[in-house]
Ligand binder design. Structure first.
Ligand SMILES: Cc1cc2nc3c(=O)[nH]c(=O)nc-3n(C[C@H](O)[C@H](O)[C@H](O)COP(=O)(O)O)c2cc1C
Length: 176
């Protein structure tokens, strides 16, 4: 199989980078070639047949590296299968329920509507008080967000496995 997939991410404290690495690992185990890169270190999308883009969520927003990537590459993304994910809510339960139905920052929705991603996932994230700056600690204490690493590696692996299957299907259709 010869598809090359880009997994681009934007992170502040590393939780999203590790999710992106896991997605890349699952794609490679499925026989695809996958580059896992910070979104601000990606140049041309020409080598990639599919793109996965994810960001950590801060105050309902994606990190700037992810929003800049999305805007700068809109045309190339619209021509490829794309999957989007966010790493955000902490605590037990469905991450979309935890964020009251939030799936993507409002500001990025118009571009997403044009790109038409195959799927938009929200995964649980990480809050490590030792890493946060003072302002962030105040915010997190104020809203009493659960502290800890809530990432659901089974959910992340299942999502990445479904991406690999969809890319394999697309390749088969392209070859026939
Ligand atoms: C100040 C602050 C604000 C946050 N705001 C949100 C939010 O609005 N929605 C959400 O789901 N998660 C929010 N989070 C949780 C982060 O998205 C979560 O910690 C994520 O896993 C961080 O990813 P990163 O380590 O890749 O930057 C916030 C965290 C901090 C510290």
């Amino acid at each position: 199989m010869d598809a090359q997939v880009l997994v681009a991410y934007a992170t502040k404290y590393g939780a999203t980078a590790e999710i992106a690495e896991k997605i890349g690992q699952v794609l490679r185990e499925a026989g695809l070639r996958a580059d896992v890169l910070p979104a601000d270190r990606v140049g041309d999308l020409t080598p990639y047949q599919a793109v996965v883009l994810g960001s950590g969520v801060y105050m309902g927003q994606w990190r700037k590296e992810a929003t800049t990537f999305l805007a700068a590459n809109e045309k190339a993304l619209a021509e490829r299968p794309v999957w989007l994910f966010s790493s955000g809510p902490t605590g037990e339960g469905d991450p979309v329920e935890l964020t009251k139905g939030w799936r993507l920052p409002t500001a990025q929705q118009p571009i997403a509507d044009r790109i038409r991603p195959r799927d938009t996932a929200v995964f649980h994230g990480v809050l490590d008080m030792k890493k946060l700056n003072l302002a962030e600690k105040v915010i997190i204490k104020g809203i009493k967000a659960p502290i800890g690493d809530f990432r659901d590696w089974n959910a992340i692996t299942s999502w990445a496995t479904a991406i690999a299957a969809a890319i394999a299907d697309a390749l088969k259709q392209g070859a026939s």
